[in-house]
Design a protein around this ligand. Structure first.
Ligand code: ZN
Length: 451
């Protein structure tokens, strides 16, 4: 399906480093992209479109957007795939409860999500894939796992058979999340699993294909009429669009188990790769007044509602980046107010360049015209040849390097923001353009200052 427009992305002189990011299973920060590869590939689990984008979603997609921006700044080509789980139990339940057709609900909420991501300056994935677009491929994957002896069938209540993955056939199961058997069973039950269903070989075995149930959507397939299970969707989309191994699988911490554990297991089964994903990265949850933000508690803060209320989406982004992406953290009005003040201070201190005030440099193609950027945008030409030109001073270059170093250390956006704050404070009343810092803020942090 279509995604959303790509934001403007200035290129910067030189290159940042490939960030290290924390992997729960490894228990340490790992290089987020493999050496000697020109392409960095990432899969981030997308939304189930039954309600609008809340701040927890926004924080997750912004965190991985910062990683994508750091990769681009490091000179990597990026391939990014993201799913939309546009047929699933919670979506169908919401559609039934509100009397809305499930397809219309999914389309409406996916549209809101696209608008929210665009407003927040998130670079769109190259492959934005609805599950309903690839049902035959998912069914084929289930059939392949069954053929390989990695899955088994159980009779379904309304006829036909459900297909389950046989986790006992995967000796590496559990290495993604490193949880105890009790914790896995508890979380599996809480997060859409059916550990107590009679007849399953193992309580944690996840469903790959759900046979047609009365009143539910279904598709014809070699596995019979039905619809896909949850975890296998992401395995199929990642394998198809990224191939294996790929660099990062990302999502909120609540996806660590069972979702990422299961989808990685399915990837191993489907691709015969022992290590289909190099790094699993997880974002902390966003709470409100000390409680997890969730639909059931009715305490969701929606991006679209904040924006409709006149809040600048760049301030929302800045507020969410003011905390470490891996920590659970609280949303509060003061957090937004601080971000709004900071954004105003940055914009006042870093005004856009006025047309006609461009610093004259060597003619195009002449000495000093070569740049280290190589991206889609125009390089500012700030290099050794331009030292001394207004707005291209040492402090600007130092600030950019501080931002780069902060992001390279597990996406430390609070430190990157502090570097910009320091630069802004150090300028005092100087409000001449500082294009290198302005471009770095836009390219690396996703905050456009010129509107
Ligand atoms: Zn997923």
């Amino acid at each position: 399906m279509h995604s959303w427009p790509r934001p403007h992305l200035p290129s910067l002189p030189g290159h940042g480093d490939i960030p290290v990011i924390y992997d729960v299973g490894a228990g340490e920060a790992l290089p987020s992209a493999r050496h000697n590869q020109s392409v960095a590939a990432i899969y981030v689990c997308g939304i189930t479109p039954y309600d609008a984008t809340h701040l927890g979603h926004a924080a997750t997609y912004i965190a991985f957007d910062v990683l994508v921006r750091a990769w681009l700044d490091a000179g990597r080509e990026v391939v990014y795939a993201q799913c939309v789980t546009d047929v699933d139990d919670p979506l169908l339940e919401r559609a039934n409860a509100t009397g809305v057709d499930w397809r219309s609900l999914a389309e409406r909420e996916t549209d809101v999500y696209r608008a929210d991501m665009h407003a927040l300056g998130v670079i769109p994935p190259n492959h934005f894939v609805g599950v309903t677009e690839i049902v035959p491929e998912i069914a084929d994957a289930g059939a392949a796992l069954e053929h390989a002896g990695l899955a088994y069938r159980l009779s379904a209540p309304d006829g036909g058979t459900d297909l389950y993955a046989d986790l006992a056939a995967d000796p590496q199961f559990g290495t993604v999340s490193r949880l105890s058997a009790e914790a896995m069973r508890d979380l599996f039950g809480e997060r859409g699993g059916d550990p107590d269903r009679p007849g399953k070989r193992g309580p944690l075995d996840p469903m790959l294909w759900r046979a047609r149930r009365a009143g539910e959507p279904w598709w014809d397939s070699p596995l019979g009429q039905g619809r896909p299970g949850w975890h296998v969707e992401c395995a199929v989309i990642a394998a198809r669009h990224l191939g294996v191994p790929f660099d990062v699988q990302g999502g909120g911490m609540d996806l660590l188990f069972p979702h990422h554990e299961m989808s990685t297991s399915h990837l191993r089964g489907l691709t015969q790769s022992a290590c289909p994903v190099a790094v699993r990265a997880h974002t902390g949850l966003i709470g409100l007044h000390g409680e997890k933000m969730s639909k059931s508690r009715g305490n969701l803060v929606l991006v679209s509602e904040l924006v409709a209320g006149g809040v600048d989406p760049a301030a929302i982004r800045l507020a969410l980046m003011a905390g470490n992406y891996r920590r659970d953290r609280d949303w509060a009005p003061e957090l937004l107010a601080t971000a709004q003040r900071r954004l105003a201070a940055w914009r006042a201190a870093l005004p856009p360049e006025r047309p006609g005030s461009v610093v004259c440099g060597p003619p195009s193609g002449g000495p000093g015209a070569e740049d280290g950027g190589g991206g889609a945008g125009r390089d500012r030409g700030v290099g050794a040849d331009n030292v001394g030109a207004p707005g291209t001073d040492r402090a600007q270059r130092d600030t950019v390097e501080h931002i780069r170093r902060a992001l390279a250390l597990d996406l430390d956006t609070p430190a990157a923001i502090a570097a910009v704050d320091g630069f802004v404070e150090s300028r005092g009343r100087d409000a001449t353009p500082a294009p290198l810092v302005s471009d770095a803020i836009e390219a690396l942090l996703g905050i456009a200052l010129d509107h």
